[in-house]
Design a protein around this ligand. Structure first.
Ligand SMILES: Nc1ncnc2c1ncn2[C@@H]1O[C@H](COP(=O)(O)OP(=O)(O)O)[C@@H](O)[C@H]1O
Ligand SMILES: [Mg+2]
Length: 390
């Protein structure tokens, strides 16, 4: 996406000189106008820029009123002044009018470069500090068929049934099946459709791209056909996830099995990574490999959580054998429940809905409870208790 910068120069001569010096600034779209603070609002409304640089040789009170009117009317725009006056008084009046920064005169290519730098710096700061109220959980399997999609989708359902707002994000761009695990509804938009419109990404676009599968449970599906998957770059995925985390309590990723840059970006951002395996030698070797990769990526010990699925107490490989080889404690074991799990997947109905008493359902509920703080309801007063039922 190009950064849009509008410049307001003091004279036509200044404008001509600037235009000559500004050719070929990469990834910046520049509009150059002649005028003073009085033109600011109309320039902002016409250009819709990210940044405005206003040449401001001589301040006057009326100019500050004009600037304030413009920054109040269109609050998202970053207004910067270029002024020979570096006094605190000017800074104070400018800030009160909604100006973000004052750059030294003259208005030149250097001012534009500083403005672009300044915008990128504050932008990256604000994207790191946005209100990420949600938790990002990633599921990965040590081998195909381990049950990571089933567990990711059903843990998502269990959290949603407990009142949390949950988004399942299917990053298994080839043959993703998260949606089919929780509903028989057909997918609408996919994560690739969203990536394609990433320039317009906002809460409304995200909302219109997810499918409501169950109460509180939403799915951002994999594409029906995996064409042009390269459009989902690490940067675009980050943008989607950061936005999703400010709107959902939990965002749950099914990452598939490729450790490509986009998947690694998702894992970087994740609060926890659940690695699902069945106790068998090839899977255990893969756990060790994945641990080595994660160490290389600088992930701390408590980011990776090993989950043994279809666990049998008297199986040929013991749990402590796995822990010894991988040097990692097993976070959770999930029992096998072949018929119930198969029925849930085939019908597209989450297991806890279909089989509320199944041991796997109990396990999922305990897992969800560990992820959500307990809310203590206030006790009823004696009068409310007495009048209950009336
Ligand atoms: N706890 C379990 N008990 C019985 N079968 C299971 C269990 N977990 C998963 N499965 C079965 O394993 C199969 C593969 O699960 P899936 O989630 O698609 O694996 P992955 O995403 O790791 O490739 C599913 O068809 C499901 O029936
Ligand atoms: Mg899968």
């Amino acid at each position: 996406m190009n950064l849009k910068v509008s410049l307001l120069c003091s004279s036509i001569q200044e404008r001509e000189a600037l235009i000559a010096s500004l050719a070929n600034l990469p990834e910046v779209e520049i509009n150059v106008h002649v005028g003073d603070a009085r033109r600011l609002l109309s320039v902002i409304q016409k250009d819709r820029p990210h940044v405005v640089l206003l040449n401001f040789p001589t301040p006057d009170p009326e100019a500050f009123e004009q600037i304030e009117a413009a920054t109040l009317r269109v609050p998202g725009v970053m207004v910067l002044l270029v002024s020979p006056d570096a006094s605190i008084d000017l800074l104070k009046s400018a800030m009160e009018a909604g100006v973000r920064h004052i750059l030294p005169a003259p208005l030149s290519k250097d001012s534009v470069v500083s403005a672009v730098d300044y915008w990128h710096k504050t932008e990256s700061l604000s994207s790191r500090l946005t209100d990420n109220k949600g938790e990002l959980l990633a599921f990965l399997n040590a081998k195909g068929g381990s049950g990571s999609t089933f567990l990711a989708s059903n843990l998502g359902y269990t959290l949603a049934a407990a009142g949390r707002k949950v988004l399942l994000v299917d990053l298994n761009l080839f043959f993703g099946d998260m949606l089919a695990n929780v509903t028989d509804r057909k997918p609408g938009a996919s994560i690739l459709d969203l990536a394609r419109q990433s320039d317009l990404l906002d809460a409304a676009l995200l909302e219109s791209s997810v499918l409501a599968a169950r109460e509180n449970l939403y799915v951002l599906s994999a594409p029906l056909f995996p064409y042009h998957i390269e459009i989902l770059t690490p940067k675009i995925l980050q943008k989607i996830l950061v936005l999703a985390l400010s709107h959902y309590d939990f965002v749950i990723l099914d990452t598939g099995r490729t450790l490509d840059p986009t998947t690694i970006k998702a894992l970087d951002l994740s609060d926890r990574i659940y690695l699902v395996l069945q106790l068998a030698l090839p899977a255990i070797q893969n756990v060790k490999r994945i641990e080595t990769v994660f160490e290389g990526l600088g992930y701390g010990q408590n980011k990776l959580h090993v989950v043994v699925n279809r666990y049998e107490k008297n199986g040929s490989i013991a749990l402590d054998e796995l822990e010894r080889v991988t040097q990692n404690k097993v976070a959770r074991t999930v029992p096998a429940s072949y018929e119930a799990v198969m029925a849930s997947i085939n019908e597209g109905v989450p297991l806890p809905m279909l089989s509320p008493r199944d041991p796997v359902t109990h396990l999922l509920q305990a897992w969800a409870a560990d992820l959500t703080p307990v809310t203590l309801k206030p006790k009823k007063g004696w009068l409310a208790a007495l009048t209950d039922g009336f």
